[in-house]
Design a protein around this ligand. Structure first.
Ligand code: K2U
Ligand code: NI
Length: 183
């Protein structure tokens, strides 16, 4: 199982590369990576496992965060209505998005960033996304709220973008134009 020692931190080149599309049909190795990422996120939210293995709680993680520059990430997150979104996705993409923006009230953090970076991170309020599950089936989702923010945070990791790259340097707490806060 993956633990915190497998997670690379700021300064590691994998966090700044554009990750490569995963060849189809998916190899056993790429399927294993996808499943391990989802297992990590689930474990990190299990109080017993997280405490036993000292895991930092997360709702998502991307392959570049374990040093693998492939377009794979996982998320395990519940929306404001209690609907669980639990997916490992290969070759994920945003196929459309709202004009309206949002941002997480307290700003964002990252499993690869061992420091607080204050400021609001602009995200699309609603996204329509697609990707492929490890079994090869196509997944298309309409996401908003925390699942939508999480998807965009993880997709950024596949493009070498860190959340703080998106914070307004001059006015870090200025709400983005045309945005609604997510609390
Ligand atoms: O990619 C990662 O480093 C995991 C991130 C994902 C994330 C960060 C900010 C906003 C959405 C997703 C976090 O460590 S997960 C920790 C967390 C938990 C609950 C709410 C927000 C962030
Ligand atoms: Ni992150």
């Amino acid at each position: 199982m993956l633990t915190m020692k497998d997670i690379v931190r700021e300064g590691h080149p994998a966090l700044r590369e554009k990750a490569a599309e995963v060849p189809v049909p998916f190899s056993e190795e790429d399927i294993k990576i996808a499943n391990q990422l989802l297992e990590f996120v689930k474990n990190s939210q299990d109080p017993e496992i997280a405490s036993k293995y000292n895991l930092r709680p997360g709702i998502g993680i991307a392959a570049p965060q374990i040093g693998i520059t492939k377009r794979i990430f996982a998320f395990h997150v519940t929306d404001e209505n209690g609907k669980l979104y639990s997916y490992a996705l290969l070759n994920p993409k945003i196929i459309s998005h709202s004009v309206q923006m949002t941002y997480l009230d307290g700003g964002e953090g990252c499993l690869s960033v061992d420091r607080e970076v204050p400021g609001l991170v602009p995200r699309y309020a609603k996204v329509t996304v697609k990707g492929f599950s490890p079994d090869g089936s196509e997944v298309e989702l309409k996401l908003k709220g925390l699942p939508g923010i999480c998807f965009q945070h993880e997709l950024d990791h596949l493009d070498g973008i860190m959340f703080y790259d998106r914070i307004n340097e001059k006015q870090p707490f200025e709400p983005p134009a045309n945005s609604v806060v997510f609390r």
